[in-house]
Ligand binder design. Structure first.
Ligand code: HEC
Length: 154
């Protein structure tokens, strides 16, 4: 009887652990934001890392526009590749778990789109088509910025 109860308690503990883990996995380290968006709370260094990535994305977007204005597909390819999945691979796991699952989905979707733009450019797709793909990728930047803020905390 006693060992049965112990087994039940162990099972319960296990279920609670999984549930807490799943809760954090889905929500990340978030709280209500200051302007209706949801705020992701990161350490100052982590926030700096993400913001540096963001400024890199803006620079890549500008490069894509510049390439398009000069009808230079290779320039578009290079800029899009730089904003692709490879650049996102070195995010450290401690930061990863703080990011909500929806945020990661949008981020990965956007990086994947950039890789697709690079591939399309390499395979000779015309510049207007590359621009159209860029516009769809930018819709993910817009959607993410509408939903989240990032605050430096602990
Ligand atoms: C998965 C979500 C997400 C995606 C995708 C995303 N961003 Fe951001 N970005 C954010 C958040 C959150 C902030 C911080 C906003 C705040 O705290 O008000 C931010 C901030 C920025 C900043 C400000 C950087 C600074 O130093 O202050 C720039 C610029 C930026 N993003 C550009 C982009 C561009 C360009 C793209 C797309 C090519 C993009 N972002 C895609 C979430 C995202």
């Amino acid at each position: 009887m006693k060992s049965n109860k112990l087994a039940l308690a162990a099972l319960l503990l296990w279920v609670i652990t999984i549930a807490v883990f799943a809760w954090f996995f889905i929500r990340g380290n978030t709280t209500a934001g200051t302007d209706g968006r949801t705020e992701i709370v990161l350490q100052p260094g982590e926030r700096d890392f993400v913001m540096t990535e963001m400024r890199g994305l803006l620079a890549a977007t500008q490069e894509i526009m510049e390439g398009a204005s000069q009808n230079d597909a290779q320039r578009i390819v290079k800029a899009a590749r730089g904003a692709g999945m490879a650049g996102a691979a070195d995010v450290n796991p401690a930061l990863m778990v703080k990011l909500p699952v929806e945020f990661k989905k949008l981020a990965m979707g956007m990086h994947g789109d950039m890789d697709e733009i690079a591939k399309a450019g390499e395979s000779g797709k015309p510049v207007p088509e590359l621009l159209k793909m860029t516009s769809s990728a930018l819709a993910k930047c817009v959607a993410c910025h509408q939903a989240w803020q990032i605050k430096a905390g602990s």
